[in-house]
Design a protein around this ligand. Structure first.
Ligand code: UDP
Length: 460
């Protein structure tokens, strides 16, 4: 571990990748550290800071860095490659400056926790003499697949399936992260996820947002390769152990959320019987093809159940003409919501989800069975865990033209909402919910790992 020869208490600087699904878990980890007496600062981009004007929660301080796109953020860049290149160049010097600015103060930065998507941050930590911890926001299973590919222990293109790796469930092509499965579809992103491993052996810690109980075998396997600590699920304490009284939500929405809409949503859900509503969301990034949006809309309309559907503003015009009015008696459509509050509502019977890792962990932590309709990146692998490993739901079958048909959507919803299958999924969901919660309770597996992390950075 690096030494910066200072004897003051630890000060962690946390650097998330600037997207919703990466900022949420990092904020949560920061709050966990803060609740254990560590001083923590969270670095947001100038763009996010200027547009959302977030305020500190009084526990985690906020600092800003430049990603090179202070005016328009990611959209200003035009392409993934351009964004990532500039983020690395400008972000490196900006990050170095933040660390430099704290030297000689009463709280110099002693440890950098950086999103594993930004491995160059470890170089800055080294240059500045602070310790470095990579923070993985995806499932350990996904991280390990990328690790093996990066180290050429799993060759691309993958020609023989199922992929058999000791400690991992058998993986068919459709279970693999899409960047590995559909080789060439997103070369920029493939490079990004593989590069996470370029200097992992040099990191002082490798923190993963999962808990040991959820991914035992693969955690054991990857722990043999690097100093891995599972520290999740990074869901606000209010929904887990309730030990951190100020931690009730993620605290930073990149999408506009209207408090009146949230109240309307919860009032609407409260008017519904227990376990009667399907909550539908595809997270912050997925863009469904128009034909898929139509099948989903018609599937939800045909299904016997009420539904709450998050359709981001940019996806709204893909809804069939007149759809919102046609379903007014059974469906509520909103552009963004407080997902945790929704999932915790008694009326929710299942989560129809894209299986983003945060959404998956949130549903697990709240004991909500799922219908998985993964779109890309790590989501297919998360759906595999949901259906075949934890058995807390089903995954839709994709039709020949790549579109999931309305009949399939209805069938899957019935399977998770009705009859004996519902009871099985509900029972399994309760089992995993208890394990996930226990992991962050005092002396749970993640709690112990976080304590170990705190103790080591305190004595370095
Ligand atoms: N989310 C939310 N409101 C919504 C939809 C999503 O607060 O209406 C949150 C959700 O709780 C999760 C995050 O956005 O924490 C999405 O992360 P995930 O990893 O599930 O998917 P991504 O957006 O990265 O694809």
């Amino acid at each position: 571990m690096s030494q910066n020869n200072n004897t003051s208490s630890p000060h962690v600087l946390a650097l998330p990748y600037p997207s919703q699904g990466h900022i949420n878990p990092m904020i949560q980890f920061c709050r966990r550290l803060s609740s254990k007496g560590v001083k923590v600062s969270l670095a947001l981009t100038n763009f996010i800071s200027n547009t959302l004007k977030p305020r500190s929660d009084g526990h985690v301080s906020l600092v800003t860095i430049s990603d090179g796109y202070d005016e328009g953020g990611f959209t200003e860049a035009g392409s993934v490659d351009t964004y990532l290149d500039r983020l690395k160049t400008i972000g490196s010097s900006s990050l170095g400056q933040v660390i430099e600015d704290h030297v000689g103060t009463s709280h110099p930065i002693t440890c950098l926790v950086y999103d594993a998507f930004l491995p160059w941050a470890l170089d800055i930590a080294r240059v500045k003499g602070v310790c470095g911890a990579a923070f993985f926001t995806q499932a350990c299973l996904v991280n390990y697949v990328y690790y093996l590919v990066y180290h050429k222990r799993l060759d691309l293109p993958i020609v023989k399936t199922p992929v058999e790796i000791r400690g991992l469930p058998l993986l068919e092509m459709r279970d693999l992260p899409s960047f590995v499965d559909s080789l060439g579809s997103y070369p920029g992103y493939l490079k990004l996820v593989l590069e996470q491993n370029c200097n992992l052996d040099k990191a002082d810690f490798v923190l993963v947002n999962t808990c040991y109980e959820l991914e035992k075998e693969v955690t054991d396997a990857m722990s043999k390769e690097c100093p891995l600590l599972t520290i999740g699920p990074t869901v606000p304490s209010f929904y887990l152990d309730k030990r951190i009284d100020f931690d009730k939500d993620y605290g930073l929405n990149l999408y506009h959320i209207d408090a009146n809409h949230t109240t309307a949503c919860i009032t609407w859900l409260n008017s519904k019987p227990p376990r009667s509503v399907v909550y539908v969301s595809f997270g912050s990034m997925a863009c469904l093809p128009v034909e898929q949006m139509e099948e989903l809309a018609l599937g939800l309309k045909q299904s016997a159940f009420d539904f709450l559907w998050v359709v981001r503003q940019c996806e709204m015009d893909k809804l069939p003409m007149g759809f919102i009015d046609e379903v007014v008696n059974k469906g509520l459509i909103v552009t963004w919501t407080e997902q945790l509050e929704v999932l915790a509502n008694e009326s929710i019977g299942c989560f129809f989800t894209h299986c983003g890792w945060n959404s998956t962990l949130e549903a697990l932590a709240l004991g909500v069975p799922m219908v998985g309709m993964p779109q890309w990146t790590d989501q297919p692998t998360d759906a595999k865990l949901v259906e075949d490993v934890w058995k807390v739901g089903v995954r839709v079958k994709v039709g020949e033209n790549g579109v999931v048909k309305r009949e399939e959507i209805v069938k899957c919803i019935i399977e998770v909402m009705e009859g004996d299958t519902r009871l099985n999924f509900a029972e399994n969901a309760k089992y995993w919910k208890d394990l996930a919660r226990n992991a962050v309770c005092e002396d749970g597996s993640s709690d112990k790992n976080i304590n170990q992390f705190v103790s080591k950075i305190s004595s370095s």
